[in-house]
Design a protein around this ligand. Structure first.
Ligand code: PRX
Length: 706
């Protein structure tokens, strides 16, 4: 990772000594321990390093295999690891069919629509089976799709999304769900990258009380894909209200089809699940990285499914009688792994909610929990912060009881953790803080809920069979308990790891393995640590505290946004010459984006240009990425070689010290920008607040990978 040229940055993340208070431990409640899936400490020995990789047989044995595998881990083509080689199975069969004999009438999914007056709907395993088969028949016959083809979904949080996923899985078609909140253009880019010729979408969905016109995005997506050389022949449109079209966008003759009109042709049809090799790709999930082009993370069938089933069992502690609610969007990896594949592989009841947490008020999640008897609750710190701010006393008003709660996606502040524990969990629930990534398929760091105590703000040690380590820039281990931060890596492969970046195998190796590879010719996994791209500190007890991304990715409300993607969206605005996105600490959303732009000669700053910049982000990426502020500046602070010093503007945006700027090509600009930004911030009521050691370290390190 090159430091910016011409600067005197001598502090690397690994060298920053971070001094914070060690938090106290919390023991899991006895009642939880008494019923936990993993309550016998011998499990830790079973998954110890000397039993690797065979320990993962225990996860694979949770599945039904058509053909059992002969090799647990094949390392012959590093770092393209292959798990459960020789095995064959079908993910749809494992998540649906095999539960019919004993649990035909059990709810697989419970869907809660956002409008509170609309009825909650349970989809039994029997109904799921019928609907998955019918939709699979439609994909096969009506769309002519075959094993290995890719299909893009741009679906909201309705049961049609898991149904479509499982229908693809039944046929070995690779699904690629794009988060519904992403723009049509962003969806189109992913259609083109994956080479999909079918798009599955919905006319509308409810968000914050409004029926959003979603089909409009499909038209944008199809034309964006076309511009990138990919034709979409069919757009399948589910209707949010059966038989009633909720979009103002016309249907395109010969291209767009209402699913509810075509589906009756396949009524009662059954489609044999295709027996897939364990190593066949199951789905793609796009995520952001250092460069502008999104990465299609390719996940396997056998390794992935085994991993999410195993971690759902031991870390989510799902039992057959639990009502499990993961409050994430299936458009992100959390939803794929821990709403759909993990829980359904175990035959659980998984709750899906369509809308926003605070609609119509901050009591909504707790009413849902009470009504459905939710026992396991899973969400992100952003949601917890929002509910804490808008309805701190709401949980106490409802009679639900959680035995288990999860936090995922961002670091959680210890005081927010305590509110989650005390107020949401009523002091009765165990909490797991699960650290992982789109790439990793499932959890990497967490406490085993009945066996390892919780520590607010730390995810815990590596999960079963996963051995993390913190390395400095030169690959030396940063010792546990040293108080020093470094780059967290995983020393070994695990079954949930993604197989490659779709169409970019070189980028896969470069981004995740090149940095710390000890010998590129070696087929010994010990030589290929996985570089996660997060800064972390390992405490003396072996618990990891995750500090956040060390690459140019900003984690907004648990969603990863690449600065390069944001900046290229802004560069589509005619007046803009240069753009730089920086993270700003935010009380609710963790981080938000501020965008700095300089204009081409002949243009002057105006609110209109600011709005155009924000609008470009809405249309190129989606509203979730909308910057908090757009700052039009006369020039960017630059190194002598012309690189934008993001660290300096990030410091200004956060009211932090910008460090030594004397070596810049234009040091005088820093004061001008600071004055402009701070006076506007203060005018709008934003006051400086004291930053934590972690936050300061993050700002200092920001932009180092340029
Ligand atoms: O920086 C880490 C942060 O989220 C990143 C992964 O984002 P994404 O691929 O979108 O997946 C989110 C859901 C797994 C990580 O590199 N992150 C994730 N979980 C945690 C976290 N940071 C701190 N604590 C966590 N529990």
């Amino acid at each position: 990772m090159a430091l910016e040229e011409g600067t005197e940055v001598s502090v690397s993340e690994a060298q920053i000594a971070v001094h914070w208070r060690e938090e106290e431990y919390y023991a899991p409640p006895a009642k939880f321990i008494g019923q936990a899936n993993a309550s016998d400490p011998s499990i830790l020995a079973r998954f110890a390093e000397d039993n690797f990789p065979e320990c993962f047989k225990e996860y694979a044995d949770l599945l039904t295999w058509d053909t059992y595998w002969h090799t647990t881990l094949d390392t012959s083509d590093p770092p393209f690891w292959k798990w459960f080689v020789g095995g064959r199975l079908n993910a749809s069969y494992n998540c649906v069919d095999r539960h019919l004999a004993a649990n035909r009438n059990k709810a697989a999914l419970i869907w809660v629509p956002e409008p509170e007056e609309e009825e909650t709907r349970a989809v039994t395993y029997q109904e799921l089976h019928r609907r998955v088969n019918e939709f699979a028949a439609l994909l096969q016959d009506f769309c002519g799709l075959q094993t290995g083809d890719r299909v893009t979904f741009h679906l909201p949080m309705t049961p049609e999304l898991p149904i479509a996923m499982l229908a693809c899985a039944r046929l070995g078609i690779i699904h690629s769900q794009v988060f519904g909140g992403f723009s049509g253009t962003a969806c189109g880019g992913r259609i083109a990258d994956s080479g999909s010729r079918v798009l599955v979408t919905m006319d509308g969905y409810y968000r914050n009380g409004e029926l959003v016109d979603h089909k409009a995005k499909a038209d944008e997506a199809v034309s964006a894909a076309r511009e990138q050389g990919q034709e979409v022949d069919k757009v399948l449109v589910w209707r949010r209200h059966h038989g009633r079209y909720s979009s103002r966008t016309p249907m395109v003759e010969g291209r767009d089809f209402f699913v509810d009109e075509v589906l009756p042709r396949y009524r009662g049809r059954s489609v044999e699940p295709v027996s897939m090799p364990a190593e066949a790709p199951l789905f793609l999930m796009y995520t952001s990285g250092t460069t502008g082009r999104p990465k299609g993370c390719q996940h396997s069938t056998g390794g992935y499914l085994a991993y999410v089933a195993g971690t759902s069992r031991y870390y989510q502690d799902i039992h057959p009688e639990d009502t499990y609610w993961c409050f994430a969007d299936i458009g992100w990896i959390t939803g794929h792994s821990y709403i759909v594949y993990g829980p359904l592989a175990l035959g659980a009841t998984s709750v899906m909610y369509e809308g926003v947490p605070t609609y119509p008020d901050a009591g909504r999640p707790w009413r849902i929990a009470e009504d459905l008897g939710v026992t396991i609750f899973h969400t992100a710190p952003t949601t917890v912060r929002m509910l804490r701010k808008t309805g701190p006393d709401e949980p106490a008003k409802y009679g639900y009881h959680f035995k288990h709660m999860t936090t995922v996606g961002e670091p959680i502040e210890p005081e927010v953790w305590r509110w989650y524990h005390q107020t949401v969990g009523k002091g009765e629930a165990v909490i797991v803080d699960t650290w992982w990534q789109t790439e990793t398929g499932g959890f990497l760091g967490s406490t085993l809920p009945a066996l390892q105590p919780m520590k607010p703000g730390s995810c815990g040690p590596g999960v079963l069979g996963v051995y993390p380590t913190v390395l400095d820039e030169d690959g030396n281990v940063v010792e546990a308990g040293s108080g020093k931060a470094g780059n967290i890596c995983i020393r070994n492969p695990w079954p949930g790891i993604f197989q490659t970046i779709w169409g970019q195998p070189e980028r896969f190796v470069d981004t995740y393995y090149r940095k710390y590879c000890r010998d590129e010719k070696s087929t010994d996994w010990h030589d290929w640590p996985y570089f996660a791209g997060d800064g972390a500190v390992e405490a003396a007890d072996g618990y990891f505290r995750i500090l956040g991304r060390i690459d140019d990715v900003i984690n907004v409300a648990g969603h990863r946004l690449g600065t390069k993607e944001l900046e290229s969206a802004v560069l589509t605005v005619e007046e803009v010459a240069e753009a730089a996105a920086v993270p700003v600490m935010d009380e609710l959303r963790g981080r938000v984006v501020e965008m700095y732009v300089s204009l081409k000669p002949g243009y002057t700053a105006s609110t209109e240009i600011e709005q155009k910049v924000a609008g470009a982000i809405d249309s190129e990426i989606g509203k979730i990425a909308r910057p908090k502020n757009v700052w039009i500046v006369a020039d960017m602070p630059k190194t002598r070689s012309g690189k934008i010093m993001r660290r300096v503007i990030a410091g200004i945006s956060n009211f932090a010290d910008v460090g030594d700027v004397s070596t810049l090509a234009n040091p005088e600009i820093v004061e001008d920008i600071r004055h402009h930004v701070h006076s506007r911030k203060v005018e709008s009521g934003e006051l400086p607040r004291e930053l934590t050691a972690e936050e300061l370290a993050e700002i200092k390190a920001f932009g180092r990978t340029d």
